[in-house]
Design a protein around this ligand. Sequence first.
Ligand SMILES: *Cc1c(COP(=O)(O)O)cnc(C)c1O
Length: 355
Amino acid sequence: MEIKIERAKTLKEKPDFNNLGFGKYFTDHMFVMDFSEEKGWHDARIVPFGYIPIHPASTVLHYGTEIFEGMKAYKTADGYQMFRPEENFKRMNDSAERLCLPELDVNETIDALVKLINIDYDWIPDKPGTSLYIRPFMFGNDESLGVHAVHNATFVIILSPVGNYYAEGLAPVKITIEDRDVRAVRGGTGYAKCGGNYAASLRAGKLAAARGFSQVLWLDGVDRKYIEEVGSMNVMFYINGTVVTPKLTGSVLPGITRKSIIQILKDWGYKVEERLLSVDELMSAAEDGSLSEAWGTGTAAVVSPIGRLYYEGKDLTVSNNQIGELTQKLYDELTGIQWGRVPDTRNWCYKVKLK
Ligand SMILES: *Cc1c(COP(=O)(O)O)cnc(C)c1O
């Protein structure tokens, strides 16, 4: 892939790396390339960060043809490292296939990402718990209102320095189990990382927040009975000495954090079951004490302990609303690998040396 590079004439002032929040600041450059049926992917370019001109009839504005990824780069002593980036771009291709968007060459896209980060390297924050969040996204960009598979698309990567998710330390969250809205259904787009899934999830999230909950636990859309995900994270339950996590039925997003945690647990000798878990089984386990810990997994928070579960009038405490021992151990292990404090024995980190 040939990449044209146009450098920003003036560089922006960096924000305070001690106070970044999430997704509020963007680096000086972005990567953009276009797709057409005649030319394939073309005009790969790194340009100053800025607005993207868009035709008012562009497919994405009307029919929601958009997919994205979320990953992080962590500063190291001699450069930086990313966590399993090839997994993200492989998943992006699965999402693309579902939404009739064009697929990417995984290795060439990682090379393009590395070129972009190298240019904006000074934006990778170095404070404890901070990282450079990477947001690749793609959208259908036909300039016509006809409804059909996408013929033109645009792929973009933007970068955002982000703060420590747990500025006040790892904290258990209060969850409500949603019994009205569903996020996704089997046969739909649940396994794809697409903007539309998020659009469908916002109402329940908003109403839950108004009732004092930080996340919604989703049930499956067919039987409204089986646990799927928590907010925009996968979810795991430590029940009677076994870690149970919903299996990938098609409406659950196949998280890379999920996959990595399952691997770590198995390497440590824990029993892990990927299966259907009904809300009734979960609530009885919470009630009789056989549920000892529960946590969400995802790139943003890595591991997020669950302290309370609410469902149809029942409000139950998990792990005494404290961080469970296994939850903490998993958080320390995975963040340790990502920040380079723990040996990367599984070769998960993609290391870039600049010095
Ligand atoms: C991205 C995402 C996850 C977590 O995936 P990771 O690869 O671990 O970051 C889980 N659920 C949903 C709905 C997501 O969009």
